[in-house]
Design a protein around this ligand. Sequence first.
Ligand code: WQD
Length: 339
Amino acid sequence: MRVLVSGGAGFVGSHTVVQLVAEGHHVLVVDSFVNAKPSVVARIEALTGQPLDVRAFDLTDRDRTERLFAEESIDAVIHFAGFKAVGESVERPVDYYENNLGTTLSLLRAMEKHGVTTLVFSSSATVYGADAPVPMREELPTSATNPYGWTKVMQEQIFRDAAVADPALRIALLRYFNPVGAHPSGTMGEDPAGIPNNLMPFIAQVAVGRREKLGIFGGDYPTVDGTGVRDYIHVEDLAAGHIAALHRLTQADEPISVWNLGTGQGTSVLQLLRAFERACGRELPYEILPRRAGDIAESYADPTRANAELGWRATRTIDDMCVDTWRWQSQNPHGYPDA
Ligand code: WQD
């Protein structure tokens, strides 16, 4: 298929692009590079062994987006592009609503005008809100506790309403749990700008000497060891889940499908830290800090619907995730090159 991948230079997007090309699809990446470095493209091309068609522009530009669909025959869209930092969304809500909703509306308009009906959306377990019972199931109601989460809830609603207006649409809402890990080659991985918000890249930067020690946000949660429990999923499993969803949509008879992409296993902060110490071969310093506002004690998926309907299952273990992350981080201590 000819697949437009928005945000294809990002963490999950780049790993999905490599797998799409390996499976024989023709990939067209659109990325504004506001949150990704251009040097990712060379890493993708080194892994695929072929040039990557990349268009660098902002998908909130409706005319540019529509022109692309007019010039290129596109069979399907995988929509990763979006701002995704919870804390930043609280400080810059209007930027988050304008960007995350704007890209989605721009894509839907161009798709409608050019008869493209297949789209896989990068949603998030954050749409289950603060009080969801674990393991989380797709039927749960959605809500949010921050503007980033609301943009995901609202984008899901936009896709649902668009599908009512045009039942020919085939849209997959993929709710990721906690994406971590890196390509096993060590040449691609997560490279957050500034101080990492998320746990795994922060631990990796402690291990490589960029950060002094890990601050653990809360040691008094009602969990196995008092620290927060999450469903960490390897980015390679996540990429495979997108491709499985893309194939499933070509046979789907429902306009909207919702799938959790998680392992179904919960892992605590301390358990992840111990796994990373095994991967890097040394103890890592940490201190217990007060809880982070907005955090919940436990979040992990019920992935049975994705397992059954997509013929997909996460296979990489927590140790795989840490070993692959450590290979990436130790080979790229400062992430991707700037140039
Ligand atoms: C994981 C655990 C923290 C950092 C967020 C978004 C979610 C998705 C994934 C985009 C928690 C603890 C973390 C640190 C810590 N993003 N922690 N010290 O909050 O589960 O999910 O990222 O889709 O939408 O909400 O991920 O990695 O920030 O935290 O102790 O320096 O690690 O308290 O228990 P989270 P996280």
